[in-house]
Design a protein around this ligand. Structure first.
Ligand SMILES: C[S@@+](CC[C@H](N)C(=O)[O-])C[C@H]1O[C@@H](n2cnc3c(N)ncnc32)[C@H](O)[C@@H]1O
Length: 292
């Protein structure tokens, strides 16, 4: 059964992505999609194992929602999709005939949790950035500029310009993005094994949508996409199968701390609980100190 929660401009669906994309989302209605599905690598999503019987079965399932997503995207819409390093080559080949792949992004991070000792540990996750129409899509390069590391620091002057001017110190990021993974001690942390950082979604949403646009994430997890979309004055649609993760979205996106009598506030972190008096104090302060 599909459950629906909403406020002006923001919709949360609890149910299966393929079913909801099919019956709830109009064709050519979405400006930007960020899609971060299960990776088929055996993660535990609140009791559901992220592992299909065969690689073929996983890919067959993925191709179903990829086709649906593309149908729901506007003609000038953008599509960002992730999966594990093992499966991204299949996505790449599948998508080539259907949409324009404009960049193959590597999200690189500092540590992989459990350190590999007998091979080279995986320190990145791939992202494909695609546009339906390579001549008509949103790309707000000025909103995502980063510091150019060369020349600028030495305040070099560009004498080819008349009059000579300092070199531009800002540039559009390349396709290797360095953002730390979400850690337990970070304010944005939620109880989910593959939460994506706010900074990653900020870059994507700022670059590939405008205020008032509709951003959709069919595998929302902790609803980082919808949370950031709302912060940046976009509209959002988030879909998530798991009921507990959906409650994170209801709190983070819709700002509700109670649902049918259930307290939706996150558990205090282990280092926050020193004694019961302090625990109460932290609960009282929660709205101020945590990022929802
Ligand atoms: C990789 S995680 C997404 C993490 C998310 N990007 C975040 O920042 O928290 C994939 C999510 O897809 C959900 N999921 C798995 N199968 C699904 C389905 N058929 N329909 C909708 N969601 C599903 C899982 O419960 C999990 O939370």
């Amino acid at each position: 059964m599909i459950k629906e929660y909403k406020e002006e401009g923001h919709l949360i669906y609890n149910g299966d992505a393929i079913e909801i994309l099919t019956c709830k989302i109009a064709d050519k209605s979405i400006d930007l999609m960020f899609v971060d599905p299960p990776y088929n690598i055996g993660k535990n999503f609140n009791g559901r194992e992220d592992k299909w019987e065969t690689d073929e079965a996983y890919l067959e399932w993925c191709y179903q929602w990829i086709d649906l997503c593309l149908t729901k995207l506007k003609d000038n819409g953008s599509f960002y999709v992730m999966t594990s390093t093992q499966f991204i080559p299949y996505f790449d080949i599948y998508l080539r005939g259907k949409i324009n792949i404009l960049a193959r992004i590597v999200w690189s991070y500092d540590s992989s949790g459990v350190q590999a000792k007998i091979f080279f540990g995986s320190m990145y996750e791939p992202i494909l950035f695609c546009a339906k129409n390579s001549k008509n899509y949103t790309f707000n390069s000025d909103n995502i500029l980063v510091e150019a590391k060369t020349g600028a620091k030495r305040k070099l002057i560009d004498y080819r310009k008349n009059p000579p001017q300092p070199y531009n110190t800002m540039k559009v990021p390349g396709n290797v993005w360095c953002f730390p993974r979400v850690r337990y001690r970070m304010a944005e942390y939620e109880k989910h094994p593959t939460q994506k950082p706010i900074a990653l979604l900020e870059r994507i949403i700022k670059a590939s949508s405008n205020e008032g646009d509709i951003v959709l994430d069919p595998f929302s997890g902790t609803f980082t996409t919808s949370y950031v979309a709302k912060k940046l004055n976009r509209k959002s649609i988030g879909i998530e199968l798991d009921e507990d993760y959906t409650k994170i979205g209801i709190r983070r996106v819709l700002g509700k701390f109670e649902l049918n009598g259930e307290d939706l506030r996150p558990e205090p972190k282990s280092y926050e609980i020193r004694n019961i008096d302090q625990q109460i104090l932290i609960f009282e302060q929660t709205n101020e100190t945590r990022i929802y």
